[in-house]
Design a protein around this ligand. Structure first.
Ligand code: ADP
Length: 376
């Protein structure tokens, strides 16, 4: 186990700034996931830790030692990537043990380590299988075992599940959590898939455009997003955003308003505000008692329903004049989550309340969060 520190790390490719002055401390034994849209700089950040890229500026530390200019092999790391490259002519045992044999470990130690690594990824009984005789998930587990046998201080994984089908991906998520528990090692993981980031990590590092947007445990990012980017990126379906302005008495917009005392939040009348409402924080009027701090009621028309089995997503129009946009998330539209037994049909006129204890307010101009509840 070892800590990993990025200190003022910047990586430029010509004019392009892939990573912009990143500061991050990953603790010993932590499972930390970089998440963000494609091209935001996740892989580049990881590559500076791996030693596959030298930062243009700044320093990288592993276990307190500066490694900024060290080659990957001297950093005490192991890597697993999206593209699983097993040696096709070698069986599982030979694939897993290849690195140890190359480094001339003695046979007994190799056997012991390979067996232990294979057990961790539950491939113990498959040592003489050839890669072509295995499923994608099994091959990926061989790749992970090959990384484990090196007993690294830090494990680096870049989209290791991207090539697997959805079912296997979910299965491997649990496997990786067990792996982390059993190895008790530091894991730095990269994915664009927020479900992987949310489910496995101690903390997630949300990146956009080369910048750190938030570094926090997954549920903190979900419940208390620091800014509009994190609010919109974490959570599926995404948070509803309602753009409006501050008045002397609260928030106003074309279709929604909320009274509060702006001075309680340091908000100036006239300030551009965005209200953020998660689909699960909206209730039908008859369920008002379920909301901790119910708002006034709003009228809405049901546009489209998506029954998911365990819940129903309802796309609402907040006024009959609202023109529904294709994705159902434009101005005057609201996506809410309902109990699966709700009797409801497209075209229904309904009344809803919003739980003010879970309403977020953002400064539209800076994108920064102001509050995660509106209580007074
Ligand atoms: P992510 O992993 O989040 O998809 P990357 O870290 O791969 O993003 O890339 C960040 C940015 O840096 C992108 O705009 C990408 O085009 C650019 N970039 C990455 N690697 C190189 C490279 N070797 N040469 C030039 N530009 C690169």
């Amino acid at each position: 186990m070892a800590s990993v520190t990025l200190e003022n790390v910047t990586k430029r490719y010509g004019e392009e700034v892939a990573v912009d002055n990143m500061n991050l401390e990953i603790e010993d034994g932590e499972f930390v996931t970089f998440v963000g849209p494609s091209g935001c700089g996740k892989s580049t950040s990881m590559e500076t830790i791996a030693g596959l890229t030298i930062p243009t500026e700044g320093s990288v530390y592993i276990g307190g030692e500066e490694v900024t200019n060290l080659p990957p092999k001297d950093r005490g790391i192991s890597m697993v990537f999206q593209n699983i490259a097993l040696f096709p002519h070698m069986d599982v045992y030979d694939n897993i043990s290849f690195g140890l044999r190359l480094r001339k470990y003695d046979q007994e130690e190799i056997d012991e380590r390979v067996q232990k690594a294979a057990d961790v990824v539950q491939l113990g009984g498959m040592m003489d299988r050839m890669p072509e005789e295995m499923s994608g998930g099994q091959r990926q587990r061989v790749a992970i075992a090959r990384a484990i046998v090196r007993e690294p201080e830090v494990f680096l994984m870049d989209e290791p599940l991207a090539n697997l089908d959805a079912e296997l991906r979910v299965h491997m998520r649990t496997q990786l959590q067990r792996l982390h528990r059993e190895l008790d090692t530091t894991i730095v993981y990269v994915t664009h898939d927020q479900a992987q980031a949310m489910t496995m990590s101690d903390r997630i590092v949300v990146v956009n455009d080369g910048h750190l947007m938030q570094v926090d445990p997954p549920l903190t990012c979900y419940n208390e997003p620091d800014n509009l980017f994190v609010a919109g990126f974490i959570g599926s379906p995404a948070m509803n955003f309602v753009e409006g302005q501050a008045t002397e008495d609260g928030f106003t917009s074309t279709y929604m308003d909320t009274p509060f005392d702006p001075t309680n939040y340091g908000i100036e009348p006239g300030q551009n505000l965005t209200m953020g409402i998660r689909p699960e924080d909206v209730y039908l009027e008859r369920d008002t008692h379920l909301a901790e701090e119910p708002s006034r009621t709003y009228e809405a028309v049901v546009d489209v329903l998506e029954p998911m089995g365990d819940e129903i997503f309802a796309y609402l129009l907040l006024d009959e004049d609202v023109e529904a946009s294709a994705e159902g998330r434009g101005e005057g539209q609201l996506l809410i989550s309902l109990d699966p037994d709700t009797v409801i049909a497209p075209g229904d006129d309904i009344e809803i309340v919003i739980d003010r204890s879970d309403v977020h307010l953002f400064d539209t101009d800076t994108g920064q969060a102001i509050t995660h509840d509106i209580l007074e």
